[in-house]
Structure formats: C-alpha cells, structure tokens
Design a protein around this ligand. Structure first.
Ligand code: FE
Ligand code: CA
Length: 520
C-alpha cells in the first residue's frame, strides 16, 4: 500500500501535497508523513541473537523530547533491510513493519533465516530517509563448537553524573557478540538541584520532575537515547537488555515501591515504566508486558560454549528488609523464607541451569556474594541485593552444588563499583571454597555513594573472597573460549568532559572446571 496521507501536523508536512487516503473500509489509517526532522533521532538497536536471527529496533521520534516524539497519532509503515555487507549490496532479508502510536512508534522486527555466527548489517527507511546502519552477529548454531565469544557487561548510566564515554568505547570494542545490560538504563529522578551539584559533579540535567506517567518515562528514555555515544554502542552490537530498579523507581520490590505507596497504585506506575522499557529496548515480542509486567527472564545459547540465563531479580522478590529507619513498604524481619526470583522463575532456572555448555552465565543483576562492610564510613547494609535475601542465596548455592557445576559465572552490576571474586560455598565463611565466580561490573556513569576514597579500598581486608574492589567508571569485557574466561576491567579516566580515555585496570582468568578468579 502506498497511500500518502496529507498530515494535519505541519511539523511533519513539507506542504503542497494532495491528500490520498487509504480507501478500504476497516483498513488501518496509514500515515506516510513527510519528515522535516530526522525521524531516527533515537538510533537503531539489535538484540537477543539466536543462531538464525535477532531482533532489530527503532522508534520514530522526529522531536524526541516532545509528547509522542513529535509523531502524529497514526499508524506509520516503515521498511527494514538486512544485508551481508555494510554497503547493502547483498540484502538477504527485507520487509515492512508498522510503527504504532500505542507503542510510541517503536518497532521490534524479528529477523529469521540467517546464517549462524555471522555478521550482518541492518537499517530502516521511512519517507526515503535512512536510519543509522547497525551491525549485529547471529549466535553460533545449537551444539556447535565455538572458538571464541566476546561480550561486554555494562549498566547504571545516570545521565546527570557523567558522560556516556564508556558507551563510546564499548561501541569501538572489536567483534562483540553481545552486550549484557544489567539495568539502570534510565534513572527516574527529577533534574538535579544545586544542592546535589555541591556534592557530586553534575554534567547535564534530567528534564523535568520525577517521572510517573507513560509519557514521562518515554521522554526520559528519549533523553538518554539521543546521546551519540549510547547510540553508537547500540549500532555496534546486539544487546541483551534487562532492567533493575531505576527503570521504575529506586529499590522497588515486586508490587511495592520504597515509600508507602499502596501496591495497587504502584502497579500503575510500574506498568507505565515497563511499557516504556519494552518500547525502548531491542527485545523480542515474547518479552511484551502482560498485565503490566514483561517476561524479562529468558535463556540464550551460544553453541556448546555458553548458556546465558537472564534473570529478573525485581518483579517477583519478597518484601524488602528495612535499610533505614522510616523506610516504607519494608519489614524488619520476614515470617516466610525470602525469594529473589519468585517460585516460577527459580524453578525455571533450575530446570535449565545445566544445559551441558562449557560455561553457564547467570545474569543475576545485583551483588550475590556476601560483602563485609565493617570498614565502611557511611553505613549501608546491602539489603537491596542478595544480602537481604539470604534464603534465596542458599537455594541458589544448593542449585549449583546439586548439579555439581564448576562453570557458573554470575554477572551483573548495580553497586557502581567493580567487585571481582567468588561466592563462597558456606554461609558466613568467606574463606570457604568457591562455589561460583562472580564478575560484578562497575557503572557507565553512576557514582557510588558510600563515601569511600578512590584507590585501595579499606574493605578489601575483610573480604578475602574478593580479588578486586574498585570504584571507577567503565565496564567488563570478557573473552570466552573452551579453556578459559578472561575478564578485563575496562575503565575510563574521567566522565566529566568529553574524550575520556579507556584502559584496562586488570584482567582476571577463570577456568571452567574451577570457580574463582586468578590475576592474569
Ligand atoms: Fe545503578
Ligand atoms: Ca540499581
């Protein structure tokens, strides 16, 4: 159908064209707007690769910070192309997709029928305007021996606290198979005031107030996604998106926020936040939110080398333990065993944890290892992470032990610091044998808030199971083969002005037959 709808919104209309309406009764009203501004201001993205495909994403938003991204409330058809070369001479898949006003004119196209472990290029076209070109590699074939995989682990990108320089560098890492984004893709707070500016440097500000409505969340994603460094990272590799708390609200747990909001009211906010998360992430339609919650936990296989279990540690967890006096929606003690993943997800994890791959990666988000904080000046107890869910951690340990797995690598982030070490096998004995390796990535730009000095961390002395505790912005880069997993701690020297330089702080090696890390 090539209907041209004369658009009422002068923003989009070049002017002078006659209107032609799609004539069929009951057919969707298709708009073919003339764009005066780049409709691809939020870039492109790809995600969740399988052996024969991936999902590609974009959102039409000619004025990204305006309501509806400056789009008319109409269905718009756009074209997509996937090629074997960056010049699009060998196009192997192509089609059209509807950008719907219900989903902020975001599109999620699942591409199938491609070769395994091969690089492809993709782009979108609307009104003759081309998007950025993105590149993405499919996963290796099921059961295939795989020479090598390279992945990055990143997250926690508070926009006001630092530039997205680390994203620029991730986009320049050669040959990434995927980026696991463990969450805190946006932060929900209002624009930083001058008080905050006195304590931590503010490099740019959120627009407006704390976000609550669907339009608020959409606008916040747009603010983050127009950043050229983040756009470049998305264009360079597939993402495996997850979420943490700040995609909704600080420290939320299941149906409860961290103040005293009644659960039925918080669920409305969470539903708006989750719709916006779905709209802005390159996830598959199988992650579409049902009754306000996306099905975010899922499993991806990369031949015989790597099984990735992505977990949702927010939506199904038990009520929080109170961290601070006066906290709302929390308890001082629970009268049932706690859960971090909820019963269904925990069972699902157990059923698929041992798939026979050389490596089992658990994208568990928050810090799972116990952490002795006694040397800390600013008290905090870590109850938002697995320390506040000791029964869940014991069951996770038992799950690994029962399957006699030595190849589990837990990864995530959310502390805004690197923690590299292992989960000890016995509760309350940090010197007991390692049960699983843990690689906890630092933040892209969010700052840690414990008032600890930069440099040697005084908490290292009482945490023998941790090889590194380090506070600097960056990400994890992992090179994985059948003999070993090498984790590079990539750090940027500063994120307050453009052009921060990247370097490797340290590299750690892991063997698939023995949990724990050794310095390379
Ligand atoms: Fe964070
Ligand atoms: Ca967090």
């Amino acid at each position: 159908m090539t209907a041209r709808l004369f658009n009422r919104r002068t923003l989009l209309v070049a002017g002078g064209q006659a209107a032609l309406l799609a004539g069929l009764a009951g057919a969707p009203v298709l708009a073919a707007p003339k764009f005066l501004e780049d409709p691809f201001s939020l870039g492109v993205a790809s995600g969740d690769p399988t052996p024969d495909g991936f999902v590609i994403w974009t959102r039409l938003a000619p004025r990204p910070l305006e309501p509806h991204g400056g789009m008319p409330a109409e269905l718009v058809e756009l074209a997509w192309e996937v090629a074997e070369d960056d010049g699009f001479r060998r196009i192997v898949r192509a089609g059209t997709a509807f950008a719907r006003p219900e989903l902020a004119h975001a599109v999620h196209v699942e591409v199938f029928g491609l070769g395994s472990h091969r690089r492809y290029w993709y782009r979108f076209v609307v009104d003759g305007i081309r998007s950025d070109t993105g590149t993405v590699r499919t996963a290796p074939a099921a059961g295939a021996a795989v020479d090598r995989l390279r992945i990055a682990v990143a997250g926690c990108q508070q926009y006001e606290r630092g530039l997205f320089t680390a994203w620029r560098h991730i986009g320049q890492e050669a040959d990434l198979d995927f980026v696991y984004h463990y969450g805190d893709y946006i932060y929900e707070g209002k624009a930083a005031g001058s008080a905050a500016a006195g304590q931590v440097p503010i490099v740019r500000r959120h627009t407006g107030d704390e976000i609550y409505s669907l339009d608020d969340y959409r606008q916040r994603y747009a603010l983050y996604k127009v950043d050229p460094d983040l756009r470049a990272a998305h264009a360079a590799a597939a993402f495996l998106p997850s979420f943490d708390d700040h995609e909704v609200e600080n420290d939320w747990a299941g149906d409860l926020d961290s103040s005293r909001t009644p659960p039925e009211i918080f669920r409305l906010r969470r539903a708006a936040a989750m719709q916006a998360w779905y709209e802005h992430m390159p996830v598959r339609p199988s992650q579409f939110p049902q009754y306000g919650l996306p099905r975010a936990y899922r499993r991806l296989d990369f031949g015989r080398l790597l099984r990735v279990n992505l977990l949702d540690k927010r939506s199904y967890r038990s009520i929080r333990l109170c961290e601070r006096p006066g906290d709302g929606n929390c308890v001082d003690r629970r009268d049932h065993p706690d859960t971090m993943l909820g019963e269904a997800q925990e069972r699902w994890l157990g059923e698929g944890l041992d798939g026979g791959a050389t490596w089992n990666m658990l994208g568990l988000g928050g810090l799972v290892m116990p952490f002795d904080r006694s040397a800390q000046k600013v008290p905090s107890n870590g109850f938002d992470n697995w320390t506040g869910y000791p029964d869940a951690r014991e069951r996770l340990l038992a799950m690994i032990r029962d399957r006699k797995l030595d190849n589990v690598v837990i990864t995530g982030g959310d502390s805004h610091m690197f923690f590299i070490g292992h989960l000890p096998s016995r509760r309350d004995d940090l010197e007991s044998a390692p049960a699983a390796t843990e690689l906890h990535a630092t933040s892209i730009s969010s700052t840690s808030s414990n008032g600890m000095p930069i440099g040697p961390d005084p908490r290292a002395a009482t945490n023998p199971h941790m090889a590194t505790i380090h506070d600097q912005r960056g990400y994890l880069l992992c090179d994985i083969d059948a003999k070993g997993w090498s984790a590079s701690l990539r750090v940027v020297d500063q994120v307050l002005t453009p052009g921060g330089a990247i370097s490797t702080l340290a590299r750690y090696g892991i063997r698939p037959d023995r949990p724990g890390v050794s310095r390379l």
